[in-house]
Design a protein around this ligand. Structure first.
Ligand SMILES: [Zn+2]
Length: 341
């Protein structure tokens, strides 16, 4: 029944069936789709695997926050699928999962994806919906607006609770990631632009985050390991500022526990890359945010799987690359020079 509007949900559910013995699957919320003739409700799944102990680190993968950006869900589901297949034969993966937890929310906004909109079914942009205002000036509209749900980047009504999709996201992050001494998150989007970008907070201010040295160490470790990578690693504030970013909100919440480290990243896949090579995509909303030609889609999925695998391993091995007492000052200084000079 979901196939026509939501093939990603079918692919995800097939993967969950394949991996059933190894996966803790929960439906965190169900989202009604009002404009559908048969009034469908769609699940927001969270999927966990690996060691559930709060004493081990955790890595979370998120996708489909913006309903138009299907390729983000596709990347997360493709990685989950490869893990499920590897669990059948890969001893090293079983060893890795003994000392860490993996958390997946591949389709955070199933209603928006069903309807083919960036926003959720209430017209709210989930990345402009957290209870946090920018402290520096944001671009008009794009930075978040309360004028109308008929315009993009709508924040929702002032003082209202977060949308159910964001409540689900925050519940899963607070239950599965933040109680641990070390956790990371990757939220997969496809934006405009030519380059693939990895953003870290903040979006609401140009000030650096507390864990700037950790972000520099993560970037250095990734660059040294994958020296042919194509990612631009930077704070989101270098591109544009915005109100109400849910990862800013969760990062600030995480920082209230001083002995915890939570490093959230957003992957913005450079969708102009696809359009440059296929002008037909200019005329299709699906095409602007997602590669149209199947071989291109395979290439996009392949390219990012090594990033997702790297982040899982880096989480497992965080004690080997996170700043020491001695390296912290230099890492922080390098980061300030690169990003905040
Ligand atoms: Zn997005």
């Amino acid at each position: 029944m979901q196939s026509k509007n939501l093939p990603e949900m079918d692919t995800l559910e097939r993967t969950l069936n394949l991996g059933a013995p190894h996966l803790d699957v929960n439906v965190v919320r169900r989202i009604g789709v009002a404009d559908s003739p048969s009034s469908v409700t769609l699940p927001i799944y969270s999927i966990c695997l690996g060691n559930p102990s709060p004493n081990v680190p955790a890595m979370g993968f998120f996708g489909g926050v913006h309903g138009l950006e299907r390729i983000g869900s596709d990347v997360v589901i493709a990685f989950l699928h490869s893990l499920v297949m590897r669990l059948q034969w890969d001893t090293t993966l079983h060893h890795q999962l003994e000392s860490m937890r993996l958390v997946f929310m591949p389709i955070v906004n199933p209603g928006g994806m069903w309807m083919g909109t960036r926003a959720n079914p209430h017209g709210v942009d989930l990345m402009r919906n957290a209870p946090i205002d920018a402290t520096d000036k944001v671009p008009r509209l794009v930075g978040g607006q309360r004028i109308s749900s008929g315009l993009p980047w709508y924040r929702g009504q002032e003082g209202a609770a977060m949308e159910p999709e964001n409540q689900a996201l925050c519940e899963v992050v607070k239950a599965e990631l933040l109680p641990r001494r070390f956790s990371m998150a990757l939220d997969c989007h496809s934006g405009f632009g030519v380059r693939d970008r990895l953003w870290f907070p903040y979006a609401h201010t140009r000030q650096p985050i507390t864990h700037l040295a950790e972000m520099q160490a993560l970037k250095d470790t990734f660059l040294q390991t994958y020296n042919h990578h194509a990612y631009v690693f930077e704070p989101q504030s270098l591109q544009y500022l915005a109100h109400a970013d849910v990862w800013d909100h969760l990062y600030i919440h995480a920082c209230t526990q001083v002995d915890r480290t939570f490093l959230p990243l957003t992957l913005e896949m450079g969708s102009w890359l696809w359009i440059k090579k296929n002008l037909r995509q200019m005329f299709s909303l699906r095409g602007i945010f997602n590669p149209l030609i199947e071989h291109r889609q395979h290439r996009v999925l392949r390219r990012h799987l090594s990033l997702l695998d790297f982040l899982a391993r880096a989480t497992c091995s965080h004690a080997r690359w996170t700043p020491t007492e001695f390296s912290r000052t230099t890492l922080h200084a390098n980061a300030m020079q690169a990003w905040y000079a």
